[in-house]
Design a protein around this ligand. Structure first.
Ligand SMILES: C[S@@+](CC[C@H](N)C(=O)[O-])C[C@H]1O[C@@H](n2cnc3c(N)ncnc32)[C@H](O)[C@@H]1O
Length: 290
């Protein structure tokens, strides 16, 4: 467990961190797969532009419009120093750099995703504006009051101690800086069996409600500016994604190739159902450091 600072966490927390890395190590979309797809359609990887990547490199619901909403909420503009917590393959970070002129630092736990993000940024000439750091959002490797904005999308559910991530976000923001993020929320307490399945299949370590998020933000020293419940929109998006996933699974089975990891599938079906029944969902939070 070389990537987890042992001084920071007990073994239960360390094992949750390890599960998030394992889950994203098996993720079906990698930098190599994106580049192979682009090479197949364009015939070459020469002259690749950020816009070529955007249909492929965003690992959250709502695509580029979701990035625009966070940029507006966090008041990101030319030269803003932004941290993306749990930055994945760096898609949102590159978009904020390219579209808004921000200087973005992505913090990402899974080493393969850090390397993939760096490769994609280099390919499109954004490596000067976007840097990726392998790290844990519960322990940000950034100086106090050094950032204008913090964003994150659909990732804090993997973080064992969200209060600690908010405290770190607060520490690295300048006074008046904003945090804007989306995350999974629960709208009613989930039975243990459902929590277990979401953990087993999707490494969902922390599932809390809208009010609990707001309470943790306030406890970290933020003033809440806006909370938007995105559950209805997510229900529609997730239904479409599940149908696409099931089609690919069916095609893989028909071709006799392994169709993927069953815990994930069962967990994903449960998640989509819970969101469509509005028992779980998603929300966008914006808060300002006093
Ligand atoms: C659903 S992906 C979101 C990626 C990105 N936000 C996007 O929208 O494209 C979640 C990412 O969070 C990362 N992650 C999970 N736990 C983390 C932690 N404690 N610190 C940093 N990154 C973490 C995972 O490795 C994964 O790449």
């Amino acid at each position: 467990m070389d990537k987890v600072p042992q001084t920071l966490m007990g073994s239960a927390m360390a094992s949750k961190i390890r599960s998030a890395i394992d889950f994203y190590d098996r993720h079906p979309i990698s930098a190599q797969i994106i580049l192979a797809k682009l090479e197949a359609t364009r015939g070459t990887l020469e002259g690749l532009q950020p816009d070529d990547l955007f249909p492929h490199d965003q690992d959250h619901y709502g695509g580029l419009a979701a990035n625009d909403a966070l940029a507006k909420a966090a008041r990101i503009g030319i030269g803003s120093k932004v941290v993306d917590l749990c930055a994945g393959l760096g898609g949102p970070a590159r978009y904020l750099a390219h579209r808004f002129g921000a200087i973005v630092t992505g913090i990402e736990l899974t080493p393969a995703r850090v390397a993939g993000a760096a490769e994609l940024s280099r390919r499109v000439g954004l490596n000067g504006q976007v840097r990726m750091i392998e790290g844990n959002v519960m322990d940000l490797p950034l100086a106090d009051a050094s950032q204008d904005a913090v964003i994150s999308q659909e990732a804090l559910l993997h973080v064992p101690d969200i209060a600690r991530a908010f405290a770190e976000a607060h520490r690295v923001l300048r006074p008046g800086g904003r945090i804007a993020f989306t995350n999974w929320v629960v709208h009613r307490p989930l039975p243990e069996g459902q929590r277990q399945l979401l953990w087993d299949g999707m490494a969902a370590a922390t599932l809390i409600g809208i009010e609990a998020h707001a309470g943790l933000l306030r406890a970290a020293g933020f003033e809440i500016e806006a909370v938007e419940d995105e559950t209805p929109a997510w229900g529609t998006i997730l239904g479409e994604r599940l149908r696409m996933y099931e089609k690919l699974r069916g095609e893989a089975e028909a071709a006799g190739t392994p169709s993927g990891h069953d815990d994930f599938y069962r967990s994903y079906v449960l998640f989509v159902d819970l969101v469509q029944r509005k028992e779980m969902g998603g929300a966008r939070f914006t808060a300002v450091k006093q």
